[in-house]
Design a protein around this ligand. Sequence first.
Ligand SMILES: [Zn+2]
Ligand SMILES: [Zn+2]
Length: 411
Amino acid sequence: MTSTPPPVPTGEPGPPPLPGADPAVPLEVTETLAANETVPHGEVGRSEDAAPLSAVCPTCGSQTFYAPGTMLLRCESCGSEREIAPTTDTIDELDFEEWLASNQHTTVAGVAGHELSCSQCGASCITTDLASACQFCGGALVAHDVPAGLVVPEAVIPFGVDGKEAREAFRTWVSSRWFAPNRLKKVGDTEALRGTYLPHWTFDAQTDSDYTGQRGDYYYTTETRTVSDGKGGTRTETYQQRHTAWRPAAGRVARFFDDVVVPGSHALDPAMVDKAGPWELSRAVPYQPEFLTGYSAVRYDVDPAAGSEQARQKMVEVIKDDVRRDIGGDEQRISTLGVIYTQATFKLMLMPLWIATYLYAGKTWQVMVNANTGEVVGRRPYSWVKITAAVVAAVLLLLVILVIWSSSSSG
Ligand SMILES: [Zn+2]
Ligand SMILES: [Zn+2]
């Protein structure tokens, strides 16, 4: 991201005010976030019922952040809280075909970044992130609109697990890892966890699928064979031989899919992100930028068409199970499967994650804590020092046992 330094202050900047101090801080900069003219409005606007809350504490001028598991913005220095007014918005789906038709030539890669202004120091930067921290003062930068052609987040699963609980979950995870280097254990003790919202697509569709294939039914025949009788001769025994009778099968199955979730970003390893799920979608609320205050949030980089492709692959796996059940019998073969998707809708949803990135042995390793469910996933290095020590200890133990055994058997 490119940044513009904060405007030169007219007065003496001075130290940040103490809690309870005179709130005569230049608070008017907070308005630049709410009414940023340089940012074109997206197609789907936010409801006008409430202007976004400023990320600056009205009491002391410090940064506020969304307090996990609440409907509050909390000040990091004086602790004062402000309630996020519940929105009258509902979580709505976008019509997929309609969206594709009107955004045929738009790819997210071709859409430039937008300008975000720091509500604390007034610096601005051009970024593709929906939320991040100001490079100059660490203040919260949150986008209140997204550029035209991009899908606006429709829903968000707010952070439910706070930083302390995430570290706890991380520590438990590390302590259950064999041969983890001490360095990894320290990651959970430091401030290395970053709170990030990651975009996901959810897709709905009615599917009607015609199939052809084969149904296999088992049947048995009685056969005879010659076996040894154990006394040097042979005898004849009978046994049941299994066979499969195949006959053609064809039919149609139907299923409605609701909220098939696929990652909307490659910023983090999608396989790992997928493993961090499933998400409790019932926790999703209509998107409000306040939930992003104090966290980072990346823009999606998987276009809806590509996301839909992935979602449909997931759907097809479920449909194949339906087809096998429909064919019946003991075994099934599917030769052709034609799926017709109708009523296809989708939406963009932000999911909360705590992420720890650290360097070990010249490589970057990542661990993530699902801030919705507390699930921890990660790749972890192995400490070769510890493994070598364990192997040496095992060999020594074996030697001791051998020495004791040989001396007791010879004595
Ligand atoms: Zn405060
Ligand atoms: Zn700033």
